[in-house]
Design a protein around this ligand. Structure first.
Ligand code: NAP
Length: 515
């Protein structure tokens, strides 16, 4: 039997008492390891983090906690080769896709390490200026942000086992809040290994970083009012979390990042073959194939002026046709596999549903994988769909196929395009392509209320822009409505979730001591 990966809870390694759930190589079908959380004393583990690690972290200043994050970055960098191997084996990713998860996670953590340094030798943050409460300025109200005295529970999705941990843990640990992560089972190995390495290096206070792998049964039960939960995954599981008594009665703060039907929009007035047109084509093809389309931020709907529908279809399809799919260990392969047979089945099912309402502009679904057995490997080529009637087609605005699939949709004019984009009911990101700065600016404003991020690509930033789907720690990640309503990252804004805001009303002389 393969190795059983250990949980790390209550400051020590702990094995579950059950047989465990196997983690598989999605390309070769072989068993890699097992995870199990049966019989763990979760309440004791949460209490240990809350009572031992919390005070130890909060005794430090932001600058000192930033230094801890920098030490974690060093540990991760030292073990980077092992993470690449685990990612290829357990997630089926090619090197470039592994980099987004592994190096993207390390970069994000490094960004928060530097932010800690800039926040300096303080243990809480002032929120704005003191405000007079009456005519006499001697009695004022000062708002403060103080770290919450609880734990941060992360329940993560399968697609970013590395980055998904560190983009949340960076802000939490910098805030002085201990972390307990429960990775998605299918790809848990990378998260487990990273936590194990950091714990073994002894760079964090005992209990500051814990990992529970396997079933989520009972995971929310030990939560107490000052704990927080950050969830990434499906809307269905989000609803279960939102209705747990710890949330409904204990007011445990919850952040939800759920699914999203993100858009790319070529603004009116751009000709086929123009620079903006080519930038849209390139980005659409890249977003569809990066991480085999398993990115919550990936472009799912591509909007173009109706006169450009055919030209855009041809140009995107031509790029997709060059994508070699298969075993990520083969140097010629550009796109690896999906993470599991369950995901493959789900993508096939979603594609079949969308195909009933769309035409197929490029069909990669039946593409034979390179260097892999099609009966075993969870590989699927990219498929571009199209629907000439963007208004009458409800499903393309509603169904997220979590794989290399997107739909091209024509629009009549700008107002029509904005209305169609909004049918996503709130998304993580929309990207805009054009060359008229004024038109791009007003389109960005128009879509800002329904998106966490608007990514604007114009010719002058062709070589500079960071990519539609790439989540940068400096910018907000999250989205309203069906995207979950959450907010992560955005530089120092990420710390808000792990702090409590309070107003202190006092004499000016007292307020002077809050600094
Ligand atoms: P999921 O089934 O909701 O799983 C997400 C996590 O929740 C996993 O760790 C899972 O554990 C856990 N979980 C399942 N049932 C639970 C329960 N009853 N109580 C507590 N935890 C529970 O989601 P998925 O299908 O794996 O993930 C794909 C979805 O995530 C996509 O729709 C994608 O759009 C979304 N996503 C969003 C973002 C974002 O940042 N907005 C990022 C990535 C993915 P097990 O694995 O053990 O079941």
């Amino acid at each position: 039997m393969s190795q059983l990966l250990l949980n790390h809870l209550a400051g020590r390694s702990q094995a579950g008492s059950g047989a465990g759930t196997p983690l598989l190589d999605p390309v070769l079908g072989t068993e890699l390891a097992r995870v199990d959380a049966t019989g763990l004393d979760l309440a004791a583990g949460f209490a240990f983090a809350r009572e031992q690690a919390g005070p130890a972290l909060r005794a430090l200043t932001y600058a000192q906690r930033g230094a801890l994050l920098a030490a974690v970055v060093k540990v991760l960098q030292a073990n980077r080769d092992a993470y690449y191997e685990i990612s290829t084996a357990n997630s089926g990713t090619v090197k470039n896709d592994t980099a987004i998860d592994v190096d993207g996670g390390i970069y994000t953590l490094g960004t928060y390490a530097k932010l800690g340094e800039s926040l300096g030798e303080r243990r809480h943050l002032l929120d704005g200026e003191a405000a007079r409460l009456g005519k006499d300025p001697a009695f004022q109200s000062q708002h403060l942000m103080v770290p919450t005295r609880g734990v941060a529970l992360f329940i993560n999705a399968f697609n970013f086992p590395g980055w998904g941990l560190w983009e949340k843990a960076g802000p939490a640990l910098l805030s002085g809040v201990p972390v307990i992560v429960k990775p998605a089972t299918a790809t848990a190995w990378l998260t487990q290994r990273m936590v194990q390495d950091v714990v073994a290096a002894g760079v964090l206070p005992a209990g500051a970083l814990s990992v529970v792998c396997g079933s989520s049964a009972g995971l929310l039960d030990p939560l107490q009012p000052f704990d927080v939960v950050s969830f990434t995954g499906s809307a269905e599981t989000a609803a279960i979390i939102r209705s747990h008594p710890a949330v409904t009665h204990g007011s445990v703060r919850v952040n939800i990042e759920a699914d999203s039907i993100n858009s790319a929009l070529l603004l009116p007035g751009e000709a086929a073959g123009s620079e903006a047109f080519e930038l849209l084509v390139k980005e659409a093809a890249r977003e569809m194939t990066q991480k085999s389309g398993q990115k919550c931020t990936a472009i799912r709907r591509i909007f173009v002026p109706e006169a450009l529908y055919g030209a855009a279809a041809g140009a995107i399809a031509a790029r997709l046709a060059k994508t070699t799919v298969g075993n990520p260990r083969n140097e010629s392969v550009r796109m690896g596999s999906l993470v599991s047979r369950a995901q493959l089945a789900s993508v096939r099912e979603g594609l079949a549903a969308l195909k009933q309402h769309t035409e197929v502009l490029h069909d990669g679904a039946g593409q034979a994988p390179v260097d892999a057995d099609p009966a075993v490997a969870c590989c699927v080529g990219p498929t571009l769909l199209g629907a000439r009637d963007a208004d009458g087609n409800a499903l393309v605005h509603d169904l997220e196929v979590f794989g290399p699939v997107a739909t091209l949709l024509p629009y009549r004019d700008a107002a029509h395009a904005f209305a169609l984009v909004r049918r996503g009911q709130g998304s993580l990101v929309a990207s805009l392509y054009g060359s008229d700065a004024a038109a791009l600016g007003s389109a960005a404003l128009e879509l800002a209320d329904s998106h966490g991020r608007v990514h604007v690509v114009s010719p002058e930033v062709a070589a500079l822009h960071t990519g539609h789907g790439n989540v940068m720690p400096q910018s907000l990640h999250g989205g309203p409505g069906r995207a979950g309503g959450g907010e992560e990252l955005g530089g120092v804004r990420a710390l808000n979730f792990y702090h409590r805001r309070a107003a202190v009303q006092a004499a000016t002389a007292v307020l002077a001591h809050l600094n």
